[in-house]
Design a binder for this molecule. Structure first.
Ligand code: GAF
Length: 387
């Protein structure tokens, strides 16, 4: 992100609060290359950061007041008392930044207030982690300003706690860790059990390929409840199999595990997805590390089929993107993120970008759907100070 964006966010802060901010920070959205719905099963994920990001201009306060303003919401700053933040009490966008303040204080960090102005280019409702970007940018700013000394993964844990407890969404740890820890030119191979990480070089342009994000601009309304149901089903599967988490079911023993689940058909499907998905992440890592990048295409397609048929979280619009992209020459495609709408990713030869994009746009028009938003995703830096 250029200094110009930091400058304009800082300038707006000055207009709102009458002084220069102490600093400006940025945190990106993400796409997930592979490893879906594995993060709350202690499994593997492989996201990378988008160039789209949340930017925050922030200053400390010493009077216990938290003032929050978003460029997307044209109202005056919202004013809250840090001592009065109550989990579950806020149903608006301010729950994300306030939740971070609450989580930091709950973890024992003395925060005496802040003035915050936020602006974000991460499309919201597109499954690209706009909420995690908001959380992480505020967490990083407060970490720096209050000299808390927390590392990226620790900030991610606190942001997840904010979202689980303060906002009330039972999400895993992937999105916050991606926003906090990704590096430009790399995908992040993350073990969500212990948060150990490996940066995997992922420079498709150098190999004549591109990764497109297709935002279907559809968000099915039941998505949140369904996420919780899938999570509960996975936890039931782990309990029935006598393991701490589905991560502990070895891929080589999957058939035996499925047999032990007897007539628990729905749980069997969830378990099969999670165990095979962890194996797919490991396969993608080894393909990328051995330089066989084009070979990840079919693995992405397998992942989509598993999410559609076993985990049952795709939708007609996501399937249309994947089927159309593959039929028009893509190397691979899958839905990405939580599901029931949002975005798909499409791996293409650079020379096929226009043809595949047009095919997907035409298919949406033929189905009388809103035009999808298609853009190229380049692995970008994680959260950092920018001004
Ligand atoms: C959403 C959640 F926030 C993540 O934690 C993850 O579970 C993802 O869905 C599915 O992989 O983005």
């Amino acid at each position: 992100m250029g200094e110009a964006v930091a400058g304009s966010v800082g300038e707006r802060f000055r207009e709102l609060y009458g002084a220069q901010p102490e600093g400006v920070w940025a945190a990106p959205g993400r796409v997930n290359l592979i490893g879906e719905h594995t993060d709350y099963n202690d499994g593997f994920v492989m996201p990378f950061a988008l160039p789209h990001q949340a930017v925050a201009a922030v200053s400390r306060r010493e009077d216990g007041i938290l003032r929050l303003h978003s460029a997307d919401i044209g109202t005056d700053p919202v004013e809250l008392r840090v001592a009065d933040l109550i989990p579950g009490s806020d149903k608006s966008w301010t729950a994300y930044p306030s939740g971070v303040v609450w989580a930091l204080r709950e973890a024992g960090h003395e925060l005496t207030g802040a003035d915050v102005h936020l602006a974000s280019t991460v499309p919201s409702g597109a499954g690209l982690s706009s909420s995690a970007a908001l959380e992480v940018v505020v967490a990083l700013a407060l970490n720096d300003l209050y000299s808390l000394g927390l590392r990226g993964w620790q900030l991610a844990r606190l942001c997840q706690r904010a979202e689980n407890v303060y906002v009330g969404a039972p999400v895993g740890i992937m999105d916050q860790t991606a926003s906090a820890c990704c590096e430009a030119g790399h995908a992040l191979f993350l073990d969500t059990r212990d948060l150990s990480q490996r940066q995997i070089p992922f420079d498709l342009a150098a190999e004549g390929m591109r990764l497109l994000v297709v935002d279907t601009r559809v968000k099915h309304s039941h998505s949140e409840g369904e996420y919780g149901k899938r999570r509960a089903g996975c936890e039931k599967g782990a309990a029935l199999l006598g393991v701490d988490a589905l991560r502990d079911v070895p891929y080589a023993e999957l058939d035996a595990a499925l047999e032990r689940l007897g007539d628990e058909e729905e749980v069997r499907r969830l378990v099969r997805h999670v165990v095979t998905e962890d194996e797919r992440v490991e396969r993608v890592v080894s393909l990328l590390e051995s330089g066989d990048t084009r070979a990840i295409g079919p693995v992405l397609v397998e992942g989509h089929a598993s999410l559609r048929d076993d985990f049952r979280i795709s939708c007609p619009e996501l399937d249309l993107v994947v089927d159309t992209a593959l039929a028009s020459g893509a190397l691979g495609a899958r839905m990405t993120g939580g599901g029931f709408g949002g975005s798909a990713i499409v791996l293409v030869e650079a020379t096929d970008v226009d043809a595949v994009t047009k095919a997907v746009e035409d298919a949406f028009a033929a189905a009388a759907l809103k035009p999808p938003r298609v853009f190229e995703a380049v692995p970008s830096p994680g959260a950092r100070r920018v001004g």
